[in-house]
Design a protein around this ligand. Structure first.
Ligand code: FEO
Length: 395
């Protein structure tokens, strides 16, 4: 369905209500997603981004039905990832000579994915595309989200087409931020930042400074996923500045897996100790074997400290904990404290293993981990509470 954004600008994307995992199985999308594509009509007509490949035929049919397909003078590919470029083969079969504007890295990525010799026009920051009355200014945004990513700024309407940045995996019938449930919107926005953009936080801060430095008015931000920021669009930019700057709330999160509930009982004792010493701190517990990993990552992002626990198995740790620690390592969280805990029967390597993984992931391990044998008795649980109190004091 094509939807009007403002005079001469339409949304031509796809709202995907059904998708429940994105990037293969890497990202849970409890609220679906959308692949936002935009048509800008001036003396020339430009199509900005497309949709994910499975919706390619539907996308082209929609453009044709809306009378846009034959009018397209330029295509802009802000980002080559398949969720935005996937309909290009279908589209370019219809309009093979239309120039495709993207970054130099975009040419590499698009060619790498589709092996087509389209009419690429590589652009860099500051290059302009004249549409008639208004123009598009290109702003490279490497690593937000891939090396090829860029923003396109439309003069006149003062719209920033930001692609992945400022997006949310959020299907909604509404186009604009002011029309949706704000709690849902920000839950999806923070999850998106935490799981996708955290490693690139220094680049986020630099890019926002560059954007603000341009001194151009921004009346709307049109990302490639989720809603358009129409009401107070700079609110999400300001929020990104906070999230990119070693973000932490007054929260401690415990992540663990357990076999016979020994480690889970120890986790609860530690949590009790934290609450005793610091009732102002929000404490959350997640059994990793049956928690959504992306929701857990979001909670780690919001935490100033985490405690990670596993029983010892085969001189190591349970796979749910190992998998989570690999996720955490890759995201390069900064300025967060941590400690390890676990139970064991005879060899007891899990706590040291977790401590190594935490240090390797950039966490400050503020105290030596606690390990107790078999299923904790009252004495061990008391040690757990004490461990929790000391962790709370250390933050
Ligand atoms: Fe939404 Fe990096 O693609």
């Amino acid at each position: 369905m094509i939807k009007k954004i403002t005079d001469g600008i339409h949304w031509t994307g796809k709202t995907d209500w059904e998708i429940r995992t994105f990037h293969g199985e890497e990202y849970s999308t409890h609220r679906g997603s959308s692949y936002n594509s935009y048509i800008v009509e001036d003396e020339k007509t430009v199509l900005i981004d497309t949709v994910w490949k499975p919706f390619g035929k539907e996308f082209v049919h929609q453009l044709r039905k809306g009378g846009y397909l034959e009018k397209i003078d330029f295509v802009i590919a802000n980002h080559a990832e398949i969720d935005h470029s996937g309909a290009l083969p279908e589209l370019m079969r219809e309009i093979p000579d239309v120039p495709v504007y993207c970054t130099k890295n975009g040419v590499k990525s698009l060619t790498g994915h589709y092996h087509q010799d389209w009419n690429f026009i590589p652009v860099k920051t500051g290059d302009r595309l004249n549409l008639g009355k208004n123009e598009i200014i290109f702003i490279e945004a490497p690593m937000l989200h891939w090396p090829d990513s860029m923003f396109s700024y439309l003069s006149g309407s003062n719209i920033l087409f930001s692609n992945d940045a400022f997006g949310q995996h959020y299907a909604t019938e509404h186009l604009f931020n002011d029309l949706v449930d704000q709690a849902e919107l920000f839950q999806e926005a923070v999850k998106y930042y935490a799981n996708i953009l955290t490693p690139f936080s220094p680049l986020v801060l630099k890019k926002i400074d560059e954007l603000i430095g341009l001194g151009v008015p921004v009346d709307m931000i049109c990302p490639s996923h989720g809603v358009i920021w129409r009401k107070n669009p700079m609110q999400i930019v300001e929020q990104y500045q906070k999230w990119a700057d070693n973000y932490a709330e007054n929260q401690i999160t415990l992540l663990y897996d357990t076999m016979w509930n020994g480690t889970s009982r120890l986790a609860e004792a530690i949590a009790e100790g934290i609450r005793q010493r610091r009732p102002d701190i929000t404490v959350k517990l997640f059994n990793l074997s049956h928690s959504d990993k992306n929701d857990v990552i979001t909670e780690v992002f919001r935490s100033k400290g985490i405690l990670v626990g596993s029983p010892t198995i085969n001189r190591g740790i349970l796979t749910a904990v190992a998998g989570m620690m690999e996720e955490i390592r890759g995201l390069q969280f900064k300025n967060k404290s941590a400690a390890a805990f676990g139970t064991y029967g005879w060899s007891g390597e899990s706590v040291h293993r977790i401590e190594d993984l935490l240090k390797n992931a950039g966490f400050t391990v503020v105290q030596e981990g606690i390990k107790v044998t078999w299923n904790p008795d009252e004495n061990a649980l008391s040690q757990g509470r004490d461990f929790g109190r000391r962790f709370a004091e250390a933050l």
